[in-house]
Design a protein around this ligand. Structure first.
Ligand code: FAD
Ligand code: NAG
Ligand code: NAG
Ligand code: NAG
Ligand code: NAG
Ligand code: NAG
Length: 553
């Protein structure tokens, strides 16, 4: 039965892709589609709003600027990448509701963008369906902090940098445990977990969310009470773009000390760095919960000096330098931290430090609300449960040195991360995880051979299989990776999805599918790796043109 349905499905896809060939050869958009959409919006929205000023069509001179604005991975805005028919930038919640209703009515596939940091461009590129549009929440960025209540309501289009700034503006002793990079969008970031330098003390962003407002597949706005605990569970870690359009998150603020301490200590492999890193694996996940020491690893030096591996220990300690030095001399003397390495500062300035801003940058930079750097990149992730032996590290250094601009970031787990059960939220990488590895390779010139970089990444990932978590080899859904179990021919079916589904969510995948089947049975919210409903209704009925998955490079 399985094989006959999948055969029919493949045939269907083949037919669909043939019939849509003519469509793909023309790149110009269809103005009537945009007019019908605007018309539908005005009929379905409570305000009489001139929608044409919120719609950027392909022929509009601002189209590319708007599309490019928050796109973090330049691979996905190359001219060869599929483009939306138009971009809609709603200015009120009712516009988002109307956009869902109208896209269904007109059979237009939607992508939703908050901060645009998706690794595989899921928020602004569809490689599987056309036509598609982008609903960009860039204009919905309200932040209401309530210190008395220890909470804040934050709108999806705000960046986490703006959120951190608005919290610190109200209080020097409140913070929130989410991402390190200040330009991440609240909307997409929190849906996938959201880890940062306070994760060992307070867990993830999703562990500290109290409520939310989401537009569902029927265009209704639901809060926690209205959506129920199943859906509220699913949106806290089940990944973006599957259950609805998040409008607001209500976050629980956490206490931070008036003075925190940060440091960065670098050791190269020819200064004994490899054995220090070996030790770090055994120490960092178990050390005092106030201390988060991540490691940035990359080649340094050149042909003349000889290439070595540089390991930078980049840390936040929720306390002063005196106590930090005590913790370090007891638990991790191998790093040789001294008082000169320590920089005492406020929590908000530690956010800037960890995000990589130069020392005297004023916190107001967090309000600029857009990415500070962009490049062409490919990234992957692993979770490590047993320390990698030094011989394994030596082999890894050989791999890194082959590549021009590789970077690895190792993030220690333990502490609060271990106190949640795997099923408390869809994010399952909990107790027993020592640390997470992120692998990145990036390049600046589009004409460079992307394929070489992608192949190098595949080789590195193969090498690391021996040291990574197994059955499944886990990965972080916020580091979206289309290589994972992506069957490039069949499109998304439940059977296919379970290969990457288990990787991102382990045993939680089944529950996510069940909830998806209840709240979005027609699969309105979908992308290359969205959670599928159990029975995908014939996509044919929805008159969607499904294109064969084509890899961009
Ligand atoms: C430079 C960089 C640094 C990063 N650092 C960290 C880090 O420190 N910690 C961490 O945990 N992660 C980190 N990430 C990963 C990041 O959390 C994810 O890429 C996240 O999805 C980004 O959210 P966004 O809103 O910016 O992205 P978008 O590209 O806008 O969205 C990502 C996904 O969520 C969906 N989505 C967007 N908005 C909504 C919405 N309102 N409702 C429902 N679905 C939505 C999109 O359709 C897409 O599938 C980093 C990524 C980058 C590029
Ligand atoms: C482009 O689109 C914006 C937003 O809809 C609109 O305000 C502007 O007038 C358009 N510009 C042109 C040249 O059509
Ligand atoms: C958008 O980005 C693409 C890819 O980097 C580039 O070719 C194009 O010139 C950019 N356009 C604008 C208006 O920024
Ligand atoms: C190599 O690095 C050294 C030390 O940083 C520097 O002085 C030298 O100019 C570099 N050589 C080349 C060829 O880049
Ligand atoms: C985590 O797992 C270890 C053993 O695998 C166990 O000893 C410990 O109690 C667990 N911690 C929590 C908080 O569940
Ligand atoms: C995908 O298609 C191939 C060939 O058509 C088939 O062998 C495979 O079983 C299909 N996989 C799924 C998950 O449908």
């Amino acid at each position: 039965m399985f094989s006959s349905t999948s055969l029919r499905f493949s045939l269907l896809l083949l037919l669909l892709s043939l019939s849509s060939l003519s469509h793909f050869s023309s790149s110009s958009s269809d103005p009537s589609l945009q007019e019908s959409f605007a018309q539908c919006l005005s009929l379905n929205s409570d305000k009489n709003f001139p929608f044409f000023s919120s719609i950027y069509a392909q022929y509009n001179s601002s189209f590319t600027t708007v599309l490019n604005s928050s796109a973090q991975n330049l691979r996905y805005i190359l001219p060869s990448a599929p483009k939306p028919e138009f971009i809609f930038t709603p200015t009120s919640e009712s516009h988002v509701q109307a956009a869902v209703i109208c896209s269904k009515k007109l059979n237009i596939h939607i992508r939703v963008r908050s901060g645009g940091h998706d690794y595989e461009g899921m928020s602004y590129v569809s490689e599987i369906e056309t036509p598609f549009i982008v609903i960009d929440l860039v204009k919905l960025r309200g932040i209401n902090v309530d210190i008395q209540d220890n909470s804040a309501w934050v709108q999806a289009g705000a960046t986490i940098g703006e959120m951190y700034y608005r919290i610190s503006e109200k209080s020097p002793v409140h913070g929130f445990p989410a991402g390190l990079c200040s330009s991440l969008g609240v909307g997409g970031h929190i849906t996938g977990g959201a880890y940062g330098s306070m994760m060992r003390k307070y867990g993830l962003g999703v562990d500290n969310v109290e409520d939310a407002k989401i537009v569902d597949a029927n265009g209704r706005i639901l809060d926690r009470k209205a959506m129920g605990e199943d859906m509220f569970w699913a949106i806290r870690g089940g990944g973006g773009g599957s259950f609805g359009i998040l409008l607001w998150w209500k976050i629980k603020l956490v206490p931070v000390p008036q003075t925190v301490t940060v440091f960065t200590v670098t050791k190269t492999s020819d200064q004994g760095g490899t054995s220090v890193l070996h030790r770090w694996q055994q120490v960092a996940p178990f050390i005092d919960e106030d201390l988060f020491i991540r490691v940035l690893i990359q080649p340094s030096g050149n042909e003349t000096t000889g290439r070595t591996i540089s390991t930078s220990y980049n840390a936040l300690f929720l306390g002063d330098s005196k106590r930090l030095l005590q913790v370090m001399s007891t638990s991790f003397p191998e790093l040789g931290l001294t008082i000169k390495d320590c920089y005492e500062t406020s929590w908000i300035k530690s956010v800037l430090y960890i995000a990589g801003y130069p020392k005297d940058t004023p916190p107001e930079v967090l309000l600029q609300g857009k990415p500070t750097f962009k490049n062409y990149f490919k990234a992957k992730s692993d979770f490590v449960r047993d320390p990698i032996p030094e011989s394994g590290l030596e082999g890894l250094w050989k791999k890194l040195i082959e590549e021009e601009r590789p970077l690895m970031i190792w993030n220690p787990y333990g502490g609060m991360m271990s106190k949640f059960a795997e099923s408390d939220s869809p994010f399952p990488h909990r107790n027993g995880t020592l640390y997470k590895i992120q692998y990145v390779t990036s390049w600046e010139n589009k004409d460079e051979d992307a394929k070489n970089h992608m192949d190098w990444m595949t080789g590195l990932y193969d090498y690391m299989a021996a040291y990574a978590s197994k059955s499944p080899r886990e990965a972080y859904v916020n580091y979206r990776d289309l290589d994972l179990g992506m069957n490039k021919k069949n499109g998304t079916s439940y059977e296919e999805a379970s290969s990457w589904g288990k990787v991102y969510f382990k045993g939680n995948f089944e529950r996510l599918v069940k909830i998806k089947s209840q709240v979005d049975p027609e699969n309105v919210f979908r992308h290359e790796q969205s959670i599928p409903p159990l029975a995908v209704p014939s996509q044919n009925n929805r008159k969607l043109r499904v294109k064969k998955y084509k890899k961009l490079d």
